[in-house]
Every structure is written in structure tokens, then in C-alpha cells.
Ligand binder design. Structure first.
Ligand SMILES: Cc1ncc(COP(=O)(O)O)c(C=O)c1O
Length: 462
């Protein structure tokens, strides 16, 4: 018999379709052990990398041994930010949910592609069903649905492109978007991607609680009319990045209805609260929107990336993004997911969202969210009001600065404070906001207990 054309007997490159894949199981177990060891190293080392020896070695002529690779995996982990540490309070990057970690593993092994049903039959149906479930939970009707994307920026971009297309302004250079001055910087990026510039992004003032000022919105709308600018959407932010403020959604939605303008809600931070019964001031009427971004990676620990765009009418996504996929088969009544958003090939990120949510259940989701608000409340209640000006809304984010600090001194003060805090294993961020630097604490870390917050407050007071 002729030699096998392809000699694949000796080296394990891919899972085998035969036998038990013992070798793969051994490697997976070792990888799991390495990861879990790293989680627990945070206890001693804090949230920041503790070993600066990671060398970024590039592939060589011959493949590396398992031993080499495991030693480099360990080095990579030791040089990484560790979100599991209770002092990790800087950003919207909470510890990973255990069942989301499993979901990522399964998605990687499946290697299915959300581009098309034939490449991901079960996960296509799962993503469609989960989007519909979310859409119903927030009060959308039967025509609603959604699409997952790799992060809040892309979900917002999907929404804005659909909104502009829906308004018949896809090629109009006079088309404008209205957002509050505290809206996320990704809207600037979205405008660039859409072939527009900063003059097409109209910024509406915020009030002293960080919410879009409705009078200024009305004035800006009138000004747009006078200047013959065509508005394709207004964005209401449900949880601003620096202080967690919620724009007045009810009033904005009424204005959008009056003037027939697409309302997009950027709920990247606060949207997930809408599927719970937690009372959050200002979180109402969100089902009046045409689209809403919900980004569960930011607060309940679904592993990155995990973001959904929900739309009140699925046909708006189909009309915007469907080009036909000439090399892909289609199945009656099933939409290929690559035809309703800007991404083509996409991993089965929905698995970690689905497993994470099923693992928590609605009670678990509420518990994670409620505790983040409790931590924030505890922090605000106990921080010295004589010493600090505090900026916070109904969500779990607090920015603060010493009273009477000159704007020019805020850079140096926050930098010194961040350095001092990290020596004590507390990682806070220092956003630049309205011309000054602030210290910001994001209370979404489930491992952070009251004792940690007390210690943080003590250090801030020192
Ligand atoms: C309010 C808001 N919108 C959008 C985004 C962008 O999300 P992502 O980084 O997942 O693209 C962020 C990021 O923090 C955000 O805070």
C-alpha cells in the first residue's frame, strides 16, 4: 500500500475524531491548573502584573515544546492585569464569571462561525433566541431582536449605521448625530468610520447631574433645522462612563417620537439593569427606543467580548446589512447572522453569555448588580464630604476630587494618589473629564468586600 500522503501520526496539532483525545485532555487540565494558580496569586500580588519578564517571543522554524509553551503561558499571565483581585476597581472590567470561562473554552473548541447558519446551526439559533429574550425583557414587541458584536463600540456602530440607513441619509454628508457631551468617546470613532467628522456630531450640554439637558437638546434640534442638517439619530446614554449618569430617556423619547428621529440608547453600562427589578432612578421607557446597546461584559462578568444590540424592528438591520452571501447556503426562515451586522466571521461569543446568564439565573444577576450598587452606596456614605467633591449617578461608578483643587493640579494629585493606592493593591483610574483629572472607582468587583472599601477610604483620607 502506498505511504499515506500526509504524515500526521506523530504530532498532535488538532483534536482527533477518533478515540478519547487523552493528550488534549491532559493539556486542558494543565492549562486550567495554570490559570487557577494565577487567580490565587493575586492574593499576594494585587491587580497589576508582578513579573516583567514576559518576552513576546515570536514563532521559530520549529514548533516549541509543551514545556516551553506552558512556561510562557505562565509568564504571560504573571505579566497581566488581574481582574479577580478585590482591589481591581479601576474600570468596567470585573472578574470573569466561572461559567463564562467555560463558555469561551467550548466556543473555541467548537470553532463555529456566526457568519452563517450552516457554519453554526445551534449557536445561530441560540444567539437569535437570546437576543429576542433580552428584547422582550426590556419591553420590545414581537418584531424585535438583535445581534451580538465584539464590544459596545461595535454595537453602537451597528445601530448608527442602521439608523442612518433607515432615515434615508446613508450618503448624505449633512447628516448629524446628537449625543450628550458626556457620551462615550466611541461615538467620535463611529462618526469617522461612517465617513463623517466631528462637525456631524452635535454635543448636547449636560446638567449638574451629568444628564443630557433637554432645553439644550431642543435648541440644538432647532438649530439643526435652520442649518439644514439632517438628524439620523439621538443617543441617550444609560450610564455615562465617568459618573454613571442616565440621560432623561422619557423626555428624549418623546422628542424623538414628535420629530420622527431614531432613538438609540447606549446602555453599555446600565442596560443590563433593565432586565431586573432593581429600582434605578431614570431607568424607564427604554422600550420607546429604536435600538439599545447592552454590554454584559462590563458589569456582570460575562467574559470579553460580549455585547448585544437590540432593535425594536429586526427588518431595520436586515435592510441595512443584507448584501447576499454568494458562497453560503441559506435556509428558509433563518437569517444568516453575518447579514444583519457589520461583522462577518464571528466566534460563538453567545455561548459564554448564555451559560453565564443561565448559571446566575435572574436572582444571581440581580444579586451581582445589587451588590455593586451597595458597594457604591457604602463608599459614598463613608467618603469624607468635607474633603472631596463627588460625582456619581444611580449606577456603580464614582468619580471624585479634593475640594478646591485647581484644575492644573488635578493631573499631579491624581497621579500621586493612583501610585500610592496601587502600592496598597488598590487600582483606581484617573479619567480626564471637563478639563480636569478625577479619581474614579468602579464598584463592579464581586470580590470586593466592605473591609476592602473601608481600607480604601482610610488610604484616601490619609
Ligand atoms: C458608555 C459606554 N459606551 C460604549 C463603550 C464602548 O464599549 P467597548 O469598549 O466594549 O467597545 C464604553 C466603554 O467603556 C462605555 O463606557
Amino acid at each position: 500500500m502506498a505511504e499515506d500522503l500526509i504524515n500526521n501520526k506523530d504530532i498532535l496539532y488538532f483534536p482527533s475524531y477518533l478515540g478519547t483525545n487523552d493528550k488534549l485532555i491532559t493539556l486542558l487540565n494543565r492549562a486550567s491548573q495554570t490559570l487557577c494558580d494565577w487567580f490565587s496569586k493575586a492574593d499576594k500580588n494585587g491587580p497589576l502584573p508582578f513579573d516583567e519578564n514576559f518576552k513576546c517571543i515570536m514563532p521559530a522554524e520549529d514548533g516549541n515544546s509543551e514545556e516551553d509553551l506552558f512556561s510562557e503561558i505562565e509568564s504571560l499571565l504573571n505579566n497581566s492585569f488581574n481582574p479577580v483581585h478585590p482591589g481591581s476597581l479601576a474600570h468596567l472590567d470585573p472578574p470573569p464569571l466561572i461559567f463564562s470561562i467555560l463558555g469561551d473554552l467550548i466556543a473555541a473548541g467548537l470553532n463555529n462561525n456566526l457568519l452563517a447558519y450552516e457554519l453554526s446551526p445551534s449557536v445561530t439559533l441560540l444567539e437569535e433566541s437570546l437576543c429576542k429574550w433580552f428584547a422582550k425583557k426590556i419591553g420590545f414587541n414581537d418584531q424585535s431582536g438583535g445581534i451580538a458584536a465584539s464590544g459596545g463600540t461595535l454595537s453602537n456602530l451597528n445601530a448608527l449605521i442602521a439608523a442612518r440607513n433607515n432615515a434615508g441619509l446613508a450618503t448624505n454628508p449633512n447628516s448629524v448625530l446628537l449625543v450628550s457631551e458626556d457620551a462615550h468617546s466611541s461615538f467620535v470613532k463611529c462618526m469617522r468610520v461612517m465617513g463623517l467628522d466631528t462637525t456631524n456630531l452635535v454635543r448636547i450640554k449636560t446638567d449638574n447631574e451629568g444628564r443630557m439637558d433637554i432645553n439644550d437638546l431642543r435648541k440644538s434640534l432647532d438649530k439643526c433645522t435652520v442649518e439644514n442638517k439632517k438628524i439620523f439619530a439621538i443617543v441617550a446614554t444609560l450610564g455615562t462612563t465617568v459618573r454613571g449618569a442616565i440621560d432623561p430617556i422619557k423626555e428624549i423619547s418623546e422628542i424623538c417620537k414628535e420629530r420622527n428621529i431614531w432613538l438609540h440608547i447606549d446602555g453599555s453600562i446600565g442596560g443590563i439593569f433593565a432586565i431586573t427589578s432593581i429600582p434605578i432612578k431614570g431607568l424607564n421607557n427604554i422600550n420607546q427606543a429604536n435600538s439599545i446597546t447592552i454590554n454584559p461584559q462590563k458589569i456582570i462578568g460575562i467574559t470579553k467580548t460580549s455585547s448585544l444590540l437590540l432593535v425594536s424592528n429586526m427588518s431595520t438591520l436586515e435592510n441595512t446589512f443584507n448584501t447576499g452571501l454568494p458562497y453560503i447556503s441559506s435556509k428558509e426562515n433563518i437569517i444568516n447572522r453575518g447579514e444583519i451586522g457589520i461583522q462577518g466571521s464571528r466566534p460563538a461569543e453567545v455561548i459564554k453569555l448564555w451559560l453565564g446568564l443561565r448559571f446566575l439565573g435572574l436572582k444571581g444577576i440581580e444579586n451581582v448588580l445589587k451588590t455593586s450598587i451597595k458597594r457604591k452606596d457604602f463608599f459614598i456614605k463613608n467618603i469624607s464630604k468635607n474633603k472631596f467633591d463627588i460625582y456619581s449617578g444611580p449606577l456603580h461608578i464614582v468619580s471624585f476630587l479634593p475640594k478646591k483643587l485647581e484644575p492644573k493640579d488635578s493631573d499631579a494629585w491624581t497621579q500621586t494618589k493612583v501610585n500610592e493606592l496601587i502600592k496598597n493593591n488598590f487600582m483606581l483610574s484617573r479619567p480626564k473629564f471637563k478639563g480636569k483629572y478625577f479619581l474614579r472607582v468602579v464598584m463592579g468587583n464581586y470580590n470586593t468586600k466592605e473591609s476592602h472599601i473601608k481600607e480604601l477610604l482610610r488610604l484616601l483620607d490619609a
